[in-house]
Design a protein around this ligand. Sequence first.
Ligand SMILES: Cc1ncc(C[n+]2csc(CCOP(=O)(O)OP(=O)(O)O)c2C)c(N)n1
Length: 786
Amino acid sequence: MTPRKQEADAPMGEARTAVTVDPTYRSDKRPVFTPFEESCGSITGFAWAGDLASEIASGGLTGAAAVDLLDDMLAIRELEEMIVRLRSGGYDPLPGYDYRGPTHVSIGQEAAAVGTASALRAGDYITSSHRGHGDAIAKGFAAIRGMTADELRARLPGAAVGATRDELLGAALGEHVYRTIAELFGKEEGYCRGRGGGMHIGDFATGHLGANAIVGGSVPIATGAAMAVRYRGTGQVVCCMAGDGAYANGVVLESLNWAAQDQWTNHLAGDRAGGLPIIFVIQNNHYGMTHRTDEEVMGVRHLARRAAGFAENNMHAEVVNGMDVLAVHDAVRRAAAICRAGDGPVLLELSTYRYYGHSLSDPRNEYRTRDEEAAWRAVDPIEGLRRQLLETGAADEAAVAEVVAEATERNARAAARAAAATDPDPADLLAHLYTEAAADVVPESDRAVVTYAEPPVAVRDAAGTISYRDALREALVEEMARDGRVIHYGEDIADYGGAFKLTKGLLEAFGRARIFNTPISEAAICGTAVGAAIVGLRPVVELMYMDFALMASDQIANQAAKWHFMSGAQVEVPLVIRASVGAGKGYGGQHSQSLESLFTHMPGLYVLYPATPEDAKGLLKSAIRTNNPVLFVESQGLYSTKGVVPEGDYLTPIGQARIARAGTDVTLVGWGPAVPDLLIAAGTLDAEHGVSAEVIDLRSLVPLDMATVLESVRRTGRCVVASQAILTGSFVNEIIARIQLEAFDHLDGPVGRIGAANGISPQAEGLERAFLPGPGDVVRAVLAIG
Ligand SMILES: Cc1ncc(C[n+]2csc(CCOP(=O)(O)OP(=O)(O)O)c2C)c(N)n1
């Protein structure tokens, strides 16, 4: 069938390609069972036959640039040997210094880090792993070496006025080593102000988007950053460094699939056609922590084969000699060109080796031999490049000796300075958990939003009411029309409009670049949102049921929630995860859970749960505008409820409870679908028992407005707190604890609590009714207080 494009009006903005929303535009899925055989193509390994001489002859590298590569590798080795010696008490510049923290050194792997970083442009991004000192040094050095004198000066506020570029460069490299060591030593002047340490180090200003102590945790983040780069069309490349062990991790496999999706390049791609500009770099040191990756925990010899499962072109996968900095440099240089041409992703497996154990507490003799280690040391990357520099005449012995001496001294100077640097003030323990910043003003460049059709309009009835569902859609429409950085994606949300039809019409209005379907990959949905947010978009993602948040819990709790803090506030993570709760529909144990309490336990994350259409709109708009990550909980049971919702730019403040009903005898506190139950109960208490109940709708669990609750409880002297979550571990208990600590003297009786039974949501109607709390439970709880 000939593809047919649906041409639509384009009321605002500049050039655009029509959005395709007509099913006939896609190829029909007819039953075709014709026999066929598919070849999975070939993947090359160790194919590069170059060396320094050929690089210099072809103009690929200058001799001076090759000397820089040596310097970069030496800087890494110096830093990591310092860690080794500090732990053994033998680092002369810092006698007796007590180095605490992890010791995942990458000595032996320097070519992988330096070959990669040196082949990228300064504006390109990397993500890294728990063994990431090398990546951090290499990315910083590569970016700094590419800076102009003015850019260097901007990094060095104290630089002498007349300093030459060479002097500034030397100072900036020294400063980079200093700020890296300061982070390892937990100092306020470290890149992450001592909040991250070596396993979470990042210098976002030079494109290092963070190391990650969760194995594989950074891979979807890198993928999301690549999505953002593609969306913006900036021509950057994202290089995702992770170990061989990570390539058994679910979210990594989700990310490979995500990056290779057809929709980036086929007829659905519209004016942004082009593969994700991401290079997955596997730093294959052949061991996980201690297990062997090949021969033990995987079924293929080369991890590069992973690519064949996800992309028809095998993602241009290649196996590369990771002990040869020039081979790595060449492979990454070619990979970056592929990405910039719109033909990404690329997967590179670098075969390398760590000379030490997983950490310095691992003697490594249980799982590998001395002979094996000696064989890898014999192809040492630093020695290999040194030899070639001498052979080609790019440097003589004296010049090499000078580079070696400077690397040693630079590290010693930085280490001494870092050891003496200021520690973070314990009074600032909780600083940088959240940010006050919000998108109050949209940058000029993001205001020119392209639309392809009129966005859906919520039609108000004579009383001015619309449904909770329509109110949420209205919020999305308004925020997407206001700010081009807002994109929305999730499972089946585009053509179909989502499982609950909440996003119906958004694709037609805003186009597939901003509204798109995703694979069923909840971890990647949330993880890519983190990456996209870190580099400047404001993604909103949908989890069809809140239960599925558990599939994404690392990305929500360890990544989205933590990066602002762990980066020492270098970066903000403005994203919204919309998750709906399905309780009350007979959907059973895996589609009915109210899990918001779990996520209140994750500092760094906002948790919001509107109870009314008015707040559904106002809170979602505020959630999209705050620069904090938000878990935005919706109730499927409330989607069709109606209420008056202000038209236009209406915001509900985050962290402010609402008095839903005034009263004098008892305070009823709740959120989400518990609020209508509390209001019904309040009516019954009034009509049948002469009790005047005040109802407080929290709206926002984190941040929590305890002041409104306490003020009410101090007046009424009685309180019941309710939600639909099961009672054990419910956030209900947190509020009760705070009430008894802060308003104990005002209480006339124990605070009552309401929640689902401590069981699993059942399917049978009668059982589910018995499981979920209702207004009658609230009335009984109030009367029981006395
Ligand atoms: C999700 C997760 N599981 C387990 C660990 C513990 N752990 C830390 S590093 C590591 C091995 C990682 O192997 P690989 O990805 O090959 O990197 P390498 O350490 O070899 O550089 C393990 C199991 C972790 N940090 N994160």
